[in-house]
Design a protein around this ligand. Structure first.
Ligand code: ATR
Length: 378
């Protein structure tokens, strides 16, 4: 049993120990400050050398490599990857400021290519922080905005008129947007939803990266081919994911609250449909929640009974706020492999970035940015 401090001597002893630790922290802070100053000095010197070589001072690939190295080193520390990312983003950006000549100023809004997420509502979207981080990490001269758009047709005319280079399309416009697009790729046509638009000199091209995002995220944890997949939900997100599962050779069963919508999607995807009441009779390797059940503020809700879960299952949730839904917590507790909504979100965003810019997406940086933003939002 813990002993509570009984007398004055005990209390004095504890106060001295506290002071000792505080002194250690103060000394370390002073050391950190000196180290940062040395780092800035080196950055400044690199800037000077490069200028003498007539080379471009800013090298975003180098920044990317620094993060990759640090993520590797962080395995041996108590620091989480997100905390590390936040700390070093600030240090690297201070180095950039000290190093950079005025001629290499970051994105001039008058020159930069403009992108936006179009949705209604859109205030909570994490696309702007994710894509802005990707632009800056790869040195792409772009800005990315969030625009609340009640009428997607009018918004797309505006997109052309203002010469925006592209857009992410989100709730509730992914289906309605299709009639305003000049060319839709075959997969998005089959899914019947578009979440990405590219403006090629006034001609709009649409595709769907949700499907790729979900399958990439899931494929990090399991093979899909010939697996029994149970997917909850029959909305737009479920449609894109279900299409990907079938294309990857998974055997799909759809479970949905309203049977009519569920069996219709099952028919379209050549899958089975089961009502929620029969969920316990299903053979299942991969379970996917493609509904909004469990999303903030309804964190306590779960889309199916706990007894359905088995430790051999891979459990995926498309909800990313909270990062660990109650369903994923249950799954982790019994030892299932899990795939969270941030993985899918980041992979679909990475595909958008590559489609727009033709550059390789800095996936890890995008993920860290999203995780840090989620952490900040609590
Ligand atoms: P999205 O395009 O994001 O997929 P959606 O088209 O509105 O959004 O689809 C939401 C899905 O979540 C639907 O399958 C919906 O079930 P219904 O078809 O019965 O409406 C499912 N869903 C939403 N809230 C739910 C709840 N409380 N319980 C069970 N299913 C729910």
């Amino acid at each position: 049993m813990k002993r509570s401090p009984q007398n004055k001597e005990d209390l004095k002893d504890l106060a001295a120990k506290l002071d000792e630790q505080r002194n250690i922290i103060d000394a370390i802070d002073a050391d950190i400050l000196q180290l940062i100053d040395r780092r800035l000095l080196a950055a400044q010197e690199i800037g000077r050398i490069k200028k003498r070589q007539h080379a471009r001072v800013l090298d975003n690939q180098r920044e990317l490599r620094i993060f990759q190295k640090l993520f590797g080193l962080s395995e041996h520390t108590r620091l989480s990857k997100t905390a590390l990312y936040k700390i070093f983003s600030a240090i690297i950006s201070a180095s950039r400021v000290i190093q950079k000549p005025a001629s290499e100023a970051s994105a001039d809004p008058r020159e930069a290519e403009i992108y936006a997420v179009l949705g209604h509502p859109v205030a909570h979207s994490l696309s702007p922080v994710m894509h802005s981080a990707a632009f800056s990490a790869t040195g792409y001269d772009g800005v990315y905005l969030a625009v609340n758009v009640p009428d997607i047709g009018v918004a797309l005319s505006g997109l052309k008129a203002l010469n925006f280079k592209g857009a992410s399309i989100t709730i509730p416009h992914k289906i309605a947007v299709m009639e305003f697009i000049d060319e839709i790729d075959a997969q998005a046509e089959k899914i019947q939803a578009v979440n990405t638009v590219k403006n090629n000199d006034g001609r709009l091209f649409g595709c769907n990266t949700d499907c790729f995002g979900a399958i990439s995220a899931l494929s990090e944890k399991t093979v899909i081919k010939d697996k029994e997949v149970t997917m909850l939900g029959a909305g737009g997100a479920a449609r894109a994911i279900g299409f990907g599962i079938r294309a990857a050779g998974g055997r799909l069963t759809i479970v949905n609250r309203s049977p009519q919508k569920g069996s219709q999607l099952a028919g379209d995807l050549d899958a089975d449909f089961r009502p929620l009441a029969e969920v316990n009779k299903l053979d299942c390797h991969i379970l996917i929640n493609a509904t909004s059940v469990g999303m903030f503020p309804d964190n306590d809700h779960v889309p199916l009974p706990q007894k359905f879960l088995d430790k051999k299952m891979v459990v995926m949730d498309i909800v990313y706020n909270p990062l660990k839904t109650k369903l994923l917590k249950w799954a982790e507790t019994i030892g299932c492999a899990t795939v969270d909504g941030v993985s899918m979100f980041v992979h679909q965003g990475a595909k958008q970035f590559e489609f727009w810019t033709g550059r390789k997406a800095p996936v890890e940086i995008m993920k860290m940015t999203v995780l840090a933003a989620l952490e900040e939002r609590g």
